[in-house]
Design a protein around this ligand. Structure first.
Ligand code: LMR
Length: 395
């Protein structure tokens, strides 16, 4: 039977990772997959994570199963981090999931269980795996305009015009902060207008929050999610700890489903538990337990927040350096948006041939849509990238 299988389309981000590995050039630069790297090119285990793991090894007495939803303390700690006190706890059902991808998948599954006709609206562009998972599940999708290629900022008029077409019960997938792949984000006022339209249309927002703490800080990066979740009757939130805790391979995420009325929460929770049981039974626990220890221990939490802040400000410095270097080389403010974008990514708005020349001639790898991971740079490689961009554009 396996001889009947067809090749699957390659994930463009993961394919780029492979191509980078295979490139023998010593001065190659990886700006592809969204993994934070420090100035030495290392993705470090964060100090608080190391310490929490040490304590866990010393004190953990069992590895027997947790509940289907994972450790309830993990959900409580994450809900506090993401929503603060903005939504009543008894309206929130939550499950631990394998990473943010698992949270997205279970969120789509829950939406489909609740409304098999729901269309999922994604920003154009969005993280490619959103669309890939939805296609694999056979869920209907539509896109709304999001990015203005000319300014490299949000095409807000286009977004609003498209969201006017959303039907009652549809799911509108939004990025909580640090939009992937563009780096262009909504202002608070724009978030308010999106809330008004979704309310008017009777749509359900689903927020993918994978980069809290990577943009303007932990609180600021949660602001849009809090505004939406507190204003709307129902909301799904898919959160990832991969980036902000640096626990990529531990697969640590949380899906929240906020019901309009607390009386619906037990059934929503039961459906989430059911989905976990059908997929993998119990979600991974190690990363979740480490995150819980960090969030609930004042010293560990302070150290984690301090290190996350170092990570965030190093990315902002690199943004400023790159925007400055490109302004100098092009004698224009054409690339000023790089300093305005937030998070790990910026979409540069370069044609795919230019991206390809940058890779072939200069060994700099970015995703074909010209998304670059700013954390793949350091102060020595910034000038090299700026020169490569300018040279490839002229060629
Ligand atoms: C990315 O967008 O590069 C990351 O979210 C990693 C991934 O799984 O694609």
């Amino acid at each position: 039977m396996f001889d009947r299988l067809q090749d699957q389309p390659a994930d463009k981000i993961l394919a780029l990772m492979q191509a980078f590995k295979a490139d023998p050039r010593e001065d190659k630069i990886d700006l592809g997959v969204g993994v934070y790297r420090n100035a030495e090119g290392v993705t470090p285990v964060m100090r608080a994570v190391k310490e929490a793991e040490r304590r866990l090894v010393e004190t953990q007495e069992t590895k027997a199963y947790t509940g289907l939803a994972g450790d309830p303390a993990f959900a409580d700690a994450m809900i506090g981090l993401i929503l603060g006190e903005t939504v009543a706890r008894d309206r929130i059902a939550a499950i631990a999931t394998p990473g943010g991808t698992g949270a997205c998948r279970q969120g789509f599954e829950l939406a489909r269980l609740a409304n098999p006709d729901a269309t999922v609206w994604c920003s154009d562009p969005t993280w490619p795996n959103h669309l890939s998972i939805l296609k694999f599940m056979g869920m209907p999708t539509r896109t709304y305009r999001y990015f203005d290629e000319a300014t490299a900022l949000v095409d807000f008029d286009g977004m609003i015009a498209d969201l006017e077409g959303v039907a009652s019960g549809d799911i509108v997938l939004l990025h909580g902060c640090c939009h992937n792949p563009t780096g262009a984000n909504l202002t608070d006022e724009q978030v308010g207008r999106v809330i008004a339209i979704l309310t008017e249309r009777g749509a359900v927002p689903m927020i993918d929050l994978a980069y809290q703490g990577f943009g303007d800080g932990l609180e600021a990066d949660a602001a849009a999610t809090r505004a939406i979740a507190s204003a709307m009757p129902e909301c799904l939130i898919a959160a990832s700890c991969s980036k902000n805790f640096g626990v990529y391979r531990e697969r640590t995420g949380l899906l929240m489903a906020i019901s309009a009325d607390a009386s619906d929460t037990p059934t929503t929770q039961g459906n989430l538990n059911f989905l976990n049981r059908q997929t993998y039974s119990f979600p991974p626990d190690h990363g979740a337990r480490v995150v819980t220890m960090i969030l609930t221990d004042p010293d560990l939490r302070a150290d984690w927040e301090a290190e996350l802040e170092e990570v965030r400000s190093s990315m902002l410095d690199l943004r400023d350096q790159l925007a400055g270097e490109l302004a100098r080389l092009t004698n224009s403010d054409r690339y000023a948006f790089i300093a305005r974008h937030r998070g790990m990514f910026s979409r540069l708005g370069l044609p795919s041939e230019v991206v390809e020349r940058i890779r072939a001639d200069h060994g700099v790898y970015m995703v074909g849509d010209s998304r670059m991971n700013i954390a793949g740079l350091n102060s020595e490689t910034v000038p090299k990238l700026a020169q490569a961009i300018v040279a490839a554009e002229k060629a």
